[in-house]
Design a protein around this ligand. Structure first.
Ligand SMILES: Cc1ncc(COP(=O)(O)O)c(C=O)c1O
Length: 369
C-alpha cells in the first residue's frame, strides 16, 4: 500500500489515498517564535531510550492507571507496532488479525512464518466482528489478537460487547492483545474511544501523533504496556533505531500540553467532519454508483464497488484512466472495496468521486456488452 502511494501520490490529478488530515506546521503548534525557541534551546543529545520522563508523563496522563513506566516512545506508530510484534511474535505462533485493517502486523506475522487467522469485520453490523467468530478462533495456541480501533479503513469503533468478548477471549487463552489506536481522538460525533489499555495486563497499545494530532512528520509514536515487557522492548529498540529524535521529543511535549492538545484535536475533528459532510453532500446530490457506511472516526471512507472487478484492478484502472489514486481494499485485507481519504479540498473530493462513478459506469457497460 505504502509503495503504491509513494509511487503515484505526486503524479496523479487527484490523490485520495491518504488517511490523515492536512498536517499542521510548527507555527500552528504554537506561536512560531515560541516553537523555534523551544527547539533551538533544547539539548541535542540522545533522548533517553523510550522517551524523556516529561514526554512519558504527558503520554501516561492520557491513559487510566498508567505512569511513565508504562510508556515507551518510538519513531512513529509504525515503529511501535514493529517493536511490539517483534517482541511478542515468533515463527510457528498463531495470531488472529482483524480484517480489514492496517496490515503492518499481519504482514510482519506472515513474513515471520506465523499462522494467521483473519477476524472479519462485517459491514452489515456496522463493521463489527461477530463475537462468535472470535470465540471459535482463539485457543491456547493463540499468541496474539491484533486489532485496529478505531479501525482503518472502515472508521468503525469497536462496540462494548465486542470489546468485552475480546478481553475475555484473550484472558482465557493467555493471548496478547495488540491494539493500534492511532485514530483515537479522530472521532466525528461520538465520545472519545476508550483505549484497550487497563483491562488486561498482556495488552500492548500503540499510538502516536500521526492522525488525531495531524503531525505525522514529527515521527512520534508510543507503546503502552506493563513495565516488564517495555523493558524487554527497550533492548529490541537498541537493535533498531535506539531512540527517537531529540527535537521531536521536545515538540511532542509541547503538543501534549493539555490545553494545546485539545485545541489541536478539536481543529482536526472539525477538518474530518467537514470532509465527511462533503462526501455525504456529493453522494446525496449525485445518486452515486458506489455505496458506503458512514464511519465513526477518521478522515476516510471504505467504499463498496463490488462486484464489477477485484479491488486492485479497479484501483489500477482508476489510476491509469482517471488519474485518481485510492487504496484498493485488498491492500487492507478485504476485496470489493476501495479506501478514499475524505480530508481533502471539496473540489478535489468531488472530482475524484465523479471519476469513480465514471469508472463504475465503464465497467458496467463492458460487462453488459
Ligand atoms: C492504523 C495505523 N497505524 C499506524 C500508522 C503509521 O503511523 P506513523 O505514521 O505514526 O508511523 C498508520 C498510518 O497510516 C495507521 O493508519
Amino acid at each position: 500500500m505504502v509503495r503504491m502511494q509513494c509511487a503515484y501520490e505526486n503524479k496523479v490529478e487527484c490523490d485520495l489515498s491518504g488517511s490523515g488530515v492536512p498536517s499542521l506546521s510548527l507555527a500552528d503548534l504554537a506561536d512560531g517564535a515560541e516553537a523555534v525557541r523551544f527547539v533551538s534551546e533544547a539539548s541535542q543529545n540522545y533522548p533517553p531510550s523510550g522517551g524523556s520522563s516529561e514526554l512519558r508523563a504527558a503520554i501516561a496522563s492520557l491513559y487510566q492507571n498508567a505512569s511513565s513506566d508504562h510508556i515507551h516512545v518510538t519513531n512513529g506508530a509504525t515503529e511501535a507496532n514493529f517493536l511490539g510484534a517483534w517482541r511478542i511474535l515468533e515463527e510457528g505462533d498463531e495470531i488472529v488479525v482483524m480484517v480489514p485493517g492496517y496490515m503492518q502486523t499481519r504482514n510482519l506475522a506472515r513474513s515471520w512464518g506465523l499462522k494467521i487467522t483473519p477476524l472479519p469485520l462485517r459491514e452489515d453490523t456496522g463493521w463489527q466482528f461477530d463475537p462468535e467468530d472470535l470465540k471459535t478462533m482463539v485457543n491456547k495456541k493463540t499468541k496474539a489478537i491484533q486489532v485496529c480501533n478505531p479501525n482503518n479503513p472502515t472508521g468503525a469503533v469497536m462496540a462494548d460487547e465486542q470489546r468485552t468478548v475480546l478481553v475475555d477471549c484473550a484472558k482465557d487463552s493467555g493471548a496478547w492483545i495488540l491494539s493500534d489506536e492511532v485514530y483515537i481522538g479522530a472521532e466525528l460525533e461520538r465520545d472519545r474511544t476508550k483505549s484497550l489499555w487497563g483491562d488486561y495486563e498482556r495488552t500492548l497499545v500503540t499510538n502516536g501523533l500521526c492522525k488525531a494530532y495531524g503531525l505525522p512528520g514529527l515521527r512520534i509514536g508510543w507503546l503502552v504496556g506493563m513495565p516488564e515487557i517495555l523493558q524487554e522492548i527497550t533492548s529490541y529498540h537498541d537493535y533498531l533505531t535506539l531512540t527517537h529524535a531529540m527535537p521531536c521529543d521536545h515538540l511532542a511535549r509541547l503538543v501534549l500540553e493539555p490545553e494545546r492538545r485539545e485545541r489541536i484535536i478539536a481543529r482536526n475533528q472539525a477538518v474530518i467532519r467537514e470532509g465527511h459532510r462533503n462526501l455525504k453532500e456529493w453522494a446525496s446530490s449525485h445518486d452515486p454508483k458506489f455505496s458506503f457506511s458512514s464511519p465513526e472516526a477518521g478522515p476516510m471512507c471504505f467504499i463498496n464497488h463490488s462486484p464489477v472487478a477485484d479491488s486492485f484492478e479497479f484501483a489500477k484502472r482508476l489510476l491509469k484512466e482517471k488519474s485518481v489514486l485510492v487504496v484498493p481494499g485488498c491492500q487492507m485485507g478485504m476485496d470489493g472495496y476501495v479506501r478514499i481519504g475524505t480530508s481533502v479540498k471539496e473540489d478535489l473530493l468531488n472530482f475524484g468521486l465523479s471519476r469513480l462513478d465514471e469508472l463504475l459506469n465503464s465497467f458496467e457497460d463492458e460487462l453488459s456488452e
